[in-house]
Each structure stands twice: as structure tokens, then as C-alpha cells.
Ligand binder design. Sequence first.
Ligand code: SF4
Ligand code: SF4
Length: 131
Amino acid sequence: MSTPVDDGALIRQIEQLSDQTITDCYQCGGCTAGCPVGEIMEPPPSRAIRLLQLGRVHELLDSQGIWLCASCMVCGNRCPRGVDYAKIAEACRAIKLRAKYSRVDPDTIVIDETEEIPQQAFVAGFRKFAG
Ligand code: SF4
Ligand code: SF4
């Protein structure tokens, strides 16, 4: 049986998986201003990072925003502090997916057509591994 992970450990896991430092963000809002889906994403990137700075990690992990991020990389390119929110959102999605699916072997994976795997999981994987 797995032990529950405390909020601080979850935030460190997000930082480790994304290779980003949450406290580097000084909340200028540039990422949100440039995000093509920022108006409908809840929370938008700058607020998502603020939630992590405040330790409210589950509000972000349970949000629809991490699944709306299209991994377009605009936010990271605009950030004066070099924070790449696309990687943070990807780390959050990985944590959610890992809690549901164990590690899969691509040669033996079976797609259950009755169960939806979020499209963004494939888009982000393509961005990460292609090119
Ligand atoms: S990577 Fe995601 S959060 Fe960043 S600008 Fe693109 S859609 Fe918005
Ligand atoms: S652009 Fe960078 S510093 Fe500004 S709010 Fe976004 S992540 Fe934080």
C-alpha cells in the first residue's frame, strides 16, 4: 500500500520532474498575458505557479488548467526569470497519470477503447520526444 505524499514533497517532485524552481517566479504575469488559452485556462500559468508558491499543490493538480495547456512553450519564452510553465504543467500531468497508470511497456500496451486517455498526454509526449 502506498503512503500518502505530503504537499511539500509533491511540490519538490514537481520541481524535480520539471527541472524548474517555483520560487524563481516573481509574478509579473507575462506568461499568462502571452498564453493563447490563458483566458479559459483555470488557473492560468502565473496563478498556477502562485498556488505552488503558497503550498496549494492539490488545487493545481486537480484543476482543468493542467490539461488545457497545449505545451506551445510561449510562456517559457516570455518569462524574464526563465521559468518554463509548460514543463511544470507536464510534471503535474505526469503525477496525476502515474497515480492512475503504472509504468507501461510500449511493446505490450493495450489501449482500452472504453477508457479515455487525455489527448494532452500524447501531445506533451510528442513535444518532449520528437525532434
Ligand atoms: S505552454 Fe501552456 S501555459 Fe504556456 S503559453 Fe502555451 S498553452 Fe499557455
Ligand atoms: S512570466 Fe515568469 S516570472 Fe512572470 S509570472 Fe510567469 S513564470 Fe512568473
